[in-house]
Ligand binder design. Structure first.
Ligand SMILES: Nc1ncnc2c1ncn2[C@@H]1O[C@H](COP(=O)(O)OP(=O)(O)O)[C@@H](O)[C@H]1O
Ligand SMILES: [Mg+2]
Length: 458
């Protein structure tokens, strides 16, 4: 039987069942595998990693298994397609015309997936969510963030966003907000998981850890691509909410923001698959550096969103109240100076309590802003990662009385315009810059705390 005919037949069948045609990579894999080629060779020919092709192939076999209602694999795909085509020619209604899920060409994810290597001992959907928050900090007080919570809830439960980056400078409240979100929507999930990546686990270790939660008795597979595929299986089979915190630990220092450390690059593929592959779960990534791929993925119309967390606003008064500070009429000034950052305010409130008897007005008499040691140590984390060009931009901005455009930095520091532009963008991705538009020009500046920090360091 002509190979092209078989491929066309497979594509038609997939389309009639799912409303989606095979994409270029799937077609290539199918064609090459039918000609007896190995994954490594296919990867080489289409300029992808072998792992990427293996995962894509695994997904393809799963789709075909669903369509042809047989366990399809690399070994038998050709025979199954040829046989199905042969029978279809004689009896067009025999194969795969039921359960068509086409609706205006939208591909609906199906809850149940038949697969040759779907997880062993598949469990029934639990009636109670399985909650594993690992070493998440306990939240004792939580103020406001009402609109942030409802936006995130809406993205997850109404819009079925698969990947969310929850971003913002250290101390702004990402961990606290994500745990509060979990508490708010946990009953809508089968699995709710929180893990911090603060000790920079490899993808392999993270996947093993997640699989241990899902398949308590089963053996964890060795190969990373099988691990990824199994996780995707679970995300399809169950409605899972997974928060990975401290994702910035996957990125290195001395390079522009969001560049993976050596040995951590495969996280990028994993996040991409979470965004691209059909499933009914949501992965939230908390980070004080913006992941580069997020912008790209959201542009491609994938269900991916970015949420940049800002000031806690007047609700931060509750933090000052809980620390028993006085001079309430001055609290908003204090909150403004410390950018409504809950952690910066907590440090400062303790300082005011210890040295000024809790009197905010007296503290504000000092030349502002005073940077508590703990606050400085928080800022030292992103600063320790800056490239030479980023550092030069920061020092330049710290000495400007007014916000400046990027072009105004050219020739002021010994870096080329390209280096400066990339440095400014990277600093933005580390949430160290304030941006404003004025008469169609974008202006950059440092907030008073960051400015003061740069001055004390140089
Ligand atoms: N909405 C909030 N209400 C009360 N305290 C908060 C709130 N958000 C953050 N905090 C406090 O601020 C500190 C930093 O918050 P955290 O969530 O750890 O920040 P991040 O994860 O962004 O670094 C914590 O001590 C936390 O208790
Ligand atoms: Mg945190």
């Amino acid at each position: 039987m002509e190979l092209n005919e078989v491929l066309r037949f497979a594509d038609e069948k997939v389309f009639s069942k799912t409303g989606k045609h095979l994409d270029d990579l799937q077609e290539t894999i199918l064609k090459e595998v039918c000609q007896g080629r190995k994954y490594a060779k296919i990867a080489q020919d289409c300029d992808r990693s072998e792992g990427y092709v293996r995962v894509a192939a695994y997904e393809l076999w799963k789709i075909l298994s669903d369509v042809f209602e047989e366990d399809v694999s690399r070994v038998n795909v050709k025979a199954i397609l040829e046989r199905a085509k042969f029978y279809t020619n004689f009896s067009p209604t025999t194969i795969g015309s039921e359960n068509v899920t086409v609706n205006n060409h939208v591909n609906f994810c199906q809850r149940k997936v038949r697969s040759p290597s779907s997880p062993q001992n598949p469990q029934q959907t639990p009636t109670q969510p399985h909650i594993d928050l690992g070493d998440a900090p306990e939240i004792f007080t939580f103020f406001d963030r009402t609109s942030e919570l409802s936006t995130l809830e809406n993205w997850i439960t109404q819009e079925h966003t698969r990947l969310i980056a929850l971003l913002g400078i250290s101390g702004i409240g990402k961990t606290t907000l994500s745990l509060s979100l979990i508490d708010r929507i946990k009953t809508q999930f089968d699995y709710v998981i929180y893990r911090s990546l603060r000790f920079s686990p490899t993808l392999d270790a993270t996947l093993t850890n997640l699989l241990q939660i899902f398949s308590q008795q089963s053996e964890i597979p060795q190969s990373i691509e099988t691990k990824i595929s199994q996780i995707l299986d679970y995300l399809r089979k169950y409605r899972c909410l997974i928060v990975l915190d401290d994702v910035q630990m996957l990125w290195g220092s001395g390079q522009l923001a969001g560049q993976y450390k050596t040995g951590y690059e495969d996280y990028q593929l994993f996040f991409k698959l979470i965004a691209e592959v059909c499933h009914q779960s949501c992965l939230i990534l908390n980070s004080w550096e913006k992941p580069r791929e997020i912008a790209r993925l959201s542009k491609d119309n994938h269900p991916v969103r970015c949420f940049v967390l800002g000031s806690l606003g007047v609700a931060a008064k509750e933090i000052l109240n809980s620390q028993k500070l006085s001079d309430q009429e001055t609290w908003e000034t204090l909150i403004d100076i410390y950018q409504g950052n809950p952690l910066w305010l907590e440090f400062t409130a303790t300082l005011i309590q210890e040295l000024f008897g809790g009197r905010v007005a007296e503290f504000l008499q000092c030349e502002m802003p005073i940077l508590d040691e703990g606050l400085q140590s928080q800022l030292s984390q992103p600063f320790g990662r800056l490239t030479a060009a980023e550092l030069a931009v920061m020092v330049h901005l710290a000495n400007q009385p007014e916000p400046v455009a990027v072009s105004q930095i050219f020739n002021k520091i010994p870096f080329s315009p390209s280096e400066i532009v990339n440095a400014v963008r990277s600093l933005g991705n580390r949430f160290l810059l304030d941006t404003q538009e004025q008469e169609q020009i974008t202006l950059f500046s440092l907030n008073s705390v960051v400015k003061q920090y740069v001055k004390t360091q140089t």
